[in-house]
Design a protein around this ligand. Structure first.
Ligand SMILES: Cc1ncc(C[n+]2csc(CCOP(=O)(O)OP(=O)(O)O)c2C)c(N)n1
Length: 666
């Protein structure tokens, strides 16, 4: 038996057997990329299976995540804690081997992939993170942050628009330590019906060269030595990201299904699997790997030695630069700086004392300005709306073609931005934010969803949060967006009503370690709200009594968010004049409020007291708070192009209508 060939064939066997056993999955890609995986994982990848969290490991992203069995096979074979029992349970409930790789499902899975193209954007974020951290922490003779980011991708990733957004920016930024390997097999799903060239004829080489990438084209993806050489050349590159285009045959080794769409996403079938075994000379039964193959793959010794070498370097660095070393440790652990709480308290006290009426987007910028100097891990940017989103602060240093920085001009690339922000968060050591108009959160939406699925600390700043943006009109006026974001499980959403709530929202987003946050901010100025100390503390509960009914128990409760809180307060006053006692609840974060205990929720929204809600967005969402018998003043149509005050009046988002709504309840 040729033991060399057995290494890649082990991947083929595991992929076809696991897919066959699960009776679902994608055998074709792992069988087609087996030699490429061998070339990278055995000859180049710097990793330690015993410590998947080693901070200076190379990052590996499988952007064509449907080929998950490739990753699981690699993790198993190289010695990660992913036993064969888990490979046997591929795609079964609560296994560590779900259909598509999910971050943290198994040690060594860096990010959740499957939605094509996003892994590529994540990898670009990781490569940016490496460069930023290297610039901040490396010292002469001490390259302690010094790793590559590798990403596998297929035709699907390249057809997705996000690949254009993200790769265009990666070229502009000159991310030399990013190495992408393209599985150029001429097959995607509809290839069952015809060849891919009916729907994908890009000249990929010239496309990426036009982005400013280095392209190593025409590599035989089944020639381990050729791929190994291409990766070696790519690693020497100093100023550009590299794309290696590797010609492969999907499901290579399967006698009748290789090079067909049929092998993309379905079990090969018992007969074909048996024939493939025969064809590739694989004699072992399913889920058995000969010892010499395990020995060939085992990366534990090499990995431990690599990490030891790095640790020696880090220890020497720590001796010379104890503060920097401690800071890097802190940041990679995701901990906030000592004194953080005191800084936040001082900030809140200052904002509260200032009593300033500002747009919450401006309040957000003021918060960034106050916190960024004590939070060097904060890195962010906007999708070409820096002046509108107000995401820059006095210490913003834009990232360019070389070196570090803490500000990203993402360009007009919302989806790419969100995928990159996710990659920055996944890398560790940074707390990233990305910004655009709320209405364009849709462009980024699937990356927001994946961030929530992964539970990563990514912060999205969405300004111009309602029809209150005015003259730009219905194309730019979000209607359903706040509700849509709140419906994403694990997504925290804040829509603050003034500078104080905006600061609390930012602090909560930064302190949240297990999920992303969307901050919905107004274009227009909003009045400052006076609060007691108790009320100040209650903001972080997501919903609280901002203005109690005067003189009597409340006959009704008005719930409001953001720019509609002043309308609720005006309605409260008007109703008081009629002898109707009403409580106003400010609900900057429904998602946070929903997690409070019943005692808090009932204290804020007393059961049995009628409720009205006011928010310049779809009314349906508020039914869960006001009930079918409650009233909602909302916007269930597209907006209008006119000055903000006129639009509010025209759409009926007014204090008078809130008054009417409350009256209708009594
Ligand atoms: C955003 C997105 N759209 C659609 C799909 C469904 N899908 C999974 S794989 C695939 C085709 C991918 O083709 P290619 O990258 O060439 O993979 P190969 O057939 O070579 O394995 C599609 C459409 C998906 N996973 N993500």
């Amino acid at each position: 038996m040729n033991s060399r060939v057995d290494l890649s064939n082990a991947i083929r066997a595991l992929a076809m057997d696991a897919v066959q056993q699960a009776n679902s999955g994608h055998p074709g890609m792992p069988m087609g990329m087996a030699e490429i995986a061998e070339a990278l994982w055995i000859h180049h990848l710097k990793h330690n299976p015993a410590n998947p969290a080693w901070m200076d490991r190379d990052r590996f992203v499988l952007s064509n995540g449907h080929g998950s069995m490739l990753l699981y096979a690699l993790l198993h074979l190289t010695g990660y804690d992913l036993p064969m029992a888990e490979i046997r349970r591929f795609r079964q409930l609560h296994s560590k081997t779900p259909g598509h790789p999910e971050r943290s499902c198994a040690p060594g899975v860096e990010t959740t992939t499957g939605p094509l193209g996003q892994g590529l954007a994540n990898a670009i974020g990781m490569a940016i993170a490496e460069r930023v951290l290297a610039a901040q922490f490396n010292r002469d003779g001490f390259p302690i942050v010094d790793h590559h980011t590798y990403v596998f991708l297929g035709d699907g990733c390249l057809m997705e628009g996000i690949s254009h957004e993200a790769c265009s920016l990666a070229g502009t930024l000159g991310l030399a330590k990013l190495i992408a390997i393209y599985d150029d097999n001429g097959i995607s799903i509809d290839s069952e019906k015809g060849q891919i060239r009916q729907w994908f004829t890009d000249d990929v080489k010239r496309r990426f060269e036009a982005y400013g990438w280095r392209v190593i084209a025409g590599v035989d993806g089944h020639d381990v030595a050729a791929v190994e050489r291409a990766i070696r050349r790519a690693r020497r590159e100093k100023s550009r990201p590299t794309l290696i285009c590797a010609r492969t045959t999907i499901a290579k080794g399967a006698p009748t299904k290789a090079n067909t769409g049929a092998a993309h996403g379905a079990p090969l079938g018992e007969k074909e699997v048996a024939a493939a075994r025969e064809a590739i000379g694989w004699r072992s039964p399913p889920f058995e790997i000969p010892q010499h193959v395990y020995d060939g793959w085992d990366a534990r010794q090499r990995g431990a030695a690599a990490e030891r070498r790095w640790k020696r370097r880090f220890n020497a660095y720590e001796k010379q630069y104890p503060e920097a070393a401690a800071e890097l440790r802190r940041r990679m652990a995701g901990e906030l700086p000592a004194g953080w709480r005191a800084d936040c308290d001082a900030l809140l006290a200052g904002v509260n004392a200032k009593t300033e009426a500002v747009a919450t987007r401006k309040a957000s910028q003021n918060t960034i300005e106050a916190l960024a100097p004590v939070l060097p891990e904060l890195i962010g940017g906007s999708a070409d709306l820096a002046g509108s989103n107000l995401t820059m602060w006095s210490g913003s240093r834009p990232l360019g073609k070389a070196g570090g920085g803490n500000y990203l001009f993402f360009g007009v690339r919302e989806f790419g931005m969100a995928g990159i922000v996710n990659g920055l968060a996944l890398h560790g050591g940074l707390i990233p934010y990305g910004a655009t108009f709320l209405v364009f959160s849709d462009y980024a939406r699937n990356a927001l969803r994946v961030a929530a699925l992964m539970r990563i600390r990514a912060i999205y700043v969405f300004t111009h949060d309602s029809v209150g943006l005015g003259e730009d009109g219905p194309t730019h006026q979000p209607i359903e967006h706040a509700a849509c974001l709140r419906l994403i499980p694990n997504m925290e959403v804040w829509r603050p009503c003034d500078a104080v709530e905006a600061a609390v929202a930012w602090i909560a987003a930064i302190e949240r370690r297990d999920g992303p946050t969307s901050l919905l901010l107004s274009r227009q100025n909003l009045p400052f709200q006076k609060r007691s100390g108790e009320q100040l503390a209650a903001i972080s509960r997501g919903g609280y009594v901002l203005a109690e009914a005067a003189g009597a128990a409340p006959q009704a409760v008005i719930i409001a968010t953001g720019s509609e809180v002043p309308l609720a307060l005006a309605a409260q006053q008007a109703l008081a004049g009629e002898g109707i006692a009403v409580r106003v609840v400010s609900m900057p974060s429904t998602t946070v409020f929903d997690r409070q205990d019943a005692a808090w929720r009932d204290a804020v929204l007393p059961p049995g007291v009628p409720r009205a809600a006011v928010e310049a967005g779809v009314s349906d969402y508020w039914r869960k708070y006001v009930g079918l018998d409650g009233a909602v003043v909302g916007v269930d149509r597209y907006g209008e192009s006119a000055p903000a005050a006129e639009v509010f009046r025209f759409l009926g988002v007014t204090a008078e209508n809130v008054v009417k709504a409350v009256r209708s309840l009594l």
